[in-house]
Design a binder for this molecule. Structure first.
Ligand SMILES: [Zn+2]
Length: 241
């Protein structure tokens, strides 16, 4: 690092935030039990637009998997495939578990006692598995998350948990990156936040253009990470080690 640059200069938040792209975000969801044994998901995005989606029953979901097996050219009644719909539906509960959790709630328990610590906190190489919203194909990669606390810090496992919650939803990498940064910014009100994600999209490596070995890198910076090139450079140098 260039030690001639005082790290405490220009770390103040820039109050006028502006976004690099148009981002819409699902802010948590409620699950409501209905009489007909179906669940109803209620979601509200950033624009305040609520959408109520009737959730199919497990039997309906398994039927849909049988349809896709037939679409692929298989016989769903073949011995080896008999239990496949049940397994696929069960695996969806894991793949898409993130809709049930609110990242802002996860980050809400903060510690005010920072002991005067005002340097960068970095959690790097947070491994995640997500799925792209265009093909429902796996996105596998690592997230690097950093912030400079103002008055509040959060338990470091919570940063990994927030990555996990957003990963367990259908995603595009750009929005995923921004959602993590904005959730931290909204709850911790830090001096700055930086998120870098490096991931392989299997929809690109196993189909379509079929380019194995290609990864996509996105970053989203807020506050001092956006305004101060020295802060950004410090973050980048720490995650490249
Ligand atoms: Zn895709």
């Amino acid at each position: 690092m260039d030690h001639l640059i005082d790290p405490h200069v220009s770390r103040k938040r820039n109050s006028s935030k502006h976004w690099a792209c148009d981002i819409r975000e699902v802010k948590g969801s409620d699950v409501v039990e209905l009489n007909d044994n179906k669940e109803k998901f209620s979601q509200t995005d950033d624009d305040g637009v609520a959408s109520d989606l009737a959730r199919p029953t497990q039997a309906e979901a398994e039927d849909a998997v049988r349809t896709l097996l037939k679409w692929a050219g298989e016989d769903p009644n073949r011995q080896g495939l008999i239990d496949t719909p049940k397994r696929v539906v069960k695996s969806y509960l894991e793949f898409y578990d993130g809709y049930k959790h609110d990242p802002r709630e996860i980050l809400s328990r903060t510690f005010d006692e920072t002991g005067g610590y005002d340097e960068m906190v970095i959690m790097r190489n947070i491994r995640f598995e997500s799925h792209c919203e265009h093909h429902m194909a796996p996105i596998i990669g690592h997230a690097h998350v950093a912030y400079i606390p103002d008055e509040r810090v959060v338990g470091i496992s919570k940063l990994a948990r927030v990555v996990e919650v957003f990963a367990k939803r259908l995603q595009i990498q750009e929005r995923f990156t921004a959602q993590i940064a904005k959730a931290i910014d909204d709850t911790l009100k830090p001096i700055g936040v930086g998120v870098v994600i490096d991931a392989v999209h299997e929809c690109m490596t196993t189909r379509g253009v079929q380019k194995p070995g290609v990864s996509m890198v996105t970053n989203f910076m807020l506050g001092s990470f956006r305004d101060n090139s020295a802060t950004r450079a410090e973050f980048m140098s720490m995650i490249e080690k």
